[in-house]
Design a protein around this ligand. Structure first.
Ligand SMILES: NC(=O)c1ccc[n+]([C@@H]2O[C@H](COP(=O)([O-])OP(=O)(O)OC[C@H]3O[C@@H](n4cnc5c(N)ncnc54)[C@H](OP(=O)(O)O)[C@@H]3O)[C@@H](O)[C@H]2O)c1
Length: 330
């Protein structure tokens, strides 16, 4: 195989971000889309200029024309359809969150190991050079001992009837956007927290429309985040270390360079804030290139399944903490 032939599993809204990333990649080709209805698949294929349209998911998964699946289904369907695709010998880039329980992650990982295929969680922002730059500031020690991370990801969810409003479909702010600050904390601090305290603000249907979290790490660092569905677009990261402080205004989505800023200030020179250029790159290109390296070159994905498992473990601990009103060990 010299190129990876991709199929989109569903006509989800997020596909529009992946389509150019696959098309622009040196070793990727977008060849198919599958939808629950033939009519919608055909309409979508015509709109986006995709060669093959499958009127059910099974048909695309079984097709020899497709090597890799981009899985953009609602969260409660990730495990089932990833496993079916992996068992059919397809590589899978699965949207975040990878699954809704550790048991599901383990079953998915077992299916990938059994079929010798690549499975990865699609956290696009972790593959962007901005995160490599932030990671370098944190891990090089230039900020000193990391004491605290503060991050936010909020937006106004105005899509009535969307799966995000339904707890049974893996809806809720924590599963949808809280996983960004959670995964970034894990990435920058080198592993999951030891203890968490969560607070959920729920609507009448029982879905968390906002979530606050405090996560305690073995090295003494604390990460706090807030996420929600009912505020204007709000995003940010502050890393506080003993020697310096780093602020990123668009850590998770820096598509518009006018709004993405990166600042560092140093102990004793707090007023001399240093502004760094945010590296420019397509937000979704990195995760696609990473899949190509894993599939074609045999490289291990930088975001391992063990790390994705820890994301899910931490989310589950946070929901448990919110339900019990107590600190929970992860
Ligand atoms: N990385 C990112 O930047 C990012 C951004 C947004 C979302 N996401 C993730 O991407 C996934 C999809 O999110 P989205 O907002 O793009 O989804 P969406 O627009 O609501 O679309 C989901 C698609 O799933 C299919 N589907 C199958 N069973 C369904 C059911 N019972 N109810 C509703 N849809 C069903 C539908 O496609 P067919 O009708 O064609 O079968 C539908 O179009 C989620 O896991 C989300 O977390 C990631």
């Amino acid at each position: 195989m010299s190129d990876v032939c991709w199929g989109l599993l569903s006509t989800a809204r997020i596909n529009r971000a992946l389509i150019p990333a696959i098309r622009d990649a040196a070793r990727g080709r977008l060849v198919a889309v599958a939808s629950r209805s033939a009519e919608s698949a055909q309409r979508y294929a015509a709109e986006w200029g995709i060669l093959r349209a499958f009127g059910c998911y099974e048909a695309m998964i079984e097709s020899d024309e497709v090597d890799a699946i981009y899985l953009s289904l609602p969260n409660h369907l990730h495990a089932e359809w990833a496993i079916r695709a992996l068992e059919a010998g397809k590589h899978v880039l699965c949207e975040k969150p990878l699954a809704l329980s550790v048991e599901e992650v383990d079953a998915m990982a077992a299916a990938a190991a059994q079929s010798g295929t690549v499975l990865a969680e699609a956290f696009m922002y972790l593959h962007h050079p901005q995160i490599a730059l932030i990671d370098d500031w944190v891990t090089s020690g230039r900020l000193g001992t990391i004491q605290r991370l503060e991050s936010t990801f909020c937006f106004t969810l105005d899509r009535a009837g969307n799966y995000r409003w339904d707890p049974a479909m893996g809806g809720g702010a924590l599963w949808d956007v809280g996983v960004y600050p959670l995964s970034l904390s894990q990435w920058l601090l080198g592993g999951p927290p030891t203890h968490v305290l969560g607070h959920a603000q729920r609507n009448a249907a029982g879905v968390d429309i906002a979530f606050s979290a405090q996560m305690q790490y073995a090295n003494g660092a604390v990460s706090q985040f807030y996420c929600g569905f009912q505020s204007p677009w709000t995003m940010g990261l502050t890393v506080i270390g003993s020697e310096g402080r780093l602020v990123a205004t668009r850590p998770f989505n820096n598509i518009d360079p006018r709004h993405a800023r990166l600042y560092v200030s140093h102990r004793g020179r707090e007023e001399a804030v240093e502004e760094m250029a945010v590296p420019q790159a397509s937000l979704y290109a990195g995760e696609v290139e990473e899949m190509h390296r894993a599939i074609l070159d045999g490289d291990a994905p930088r975001l391992s399944l063990a790390a994705s498992r820890d994301h899910i473990r931490t989310v589950q601990a946070l929901y448990r903490s919110a339900a019990e009103g107590a600190v929970v060990r992860v």
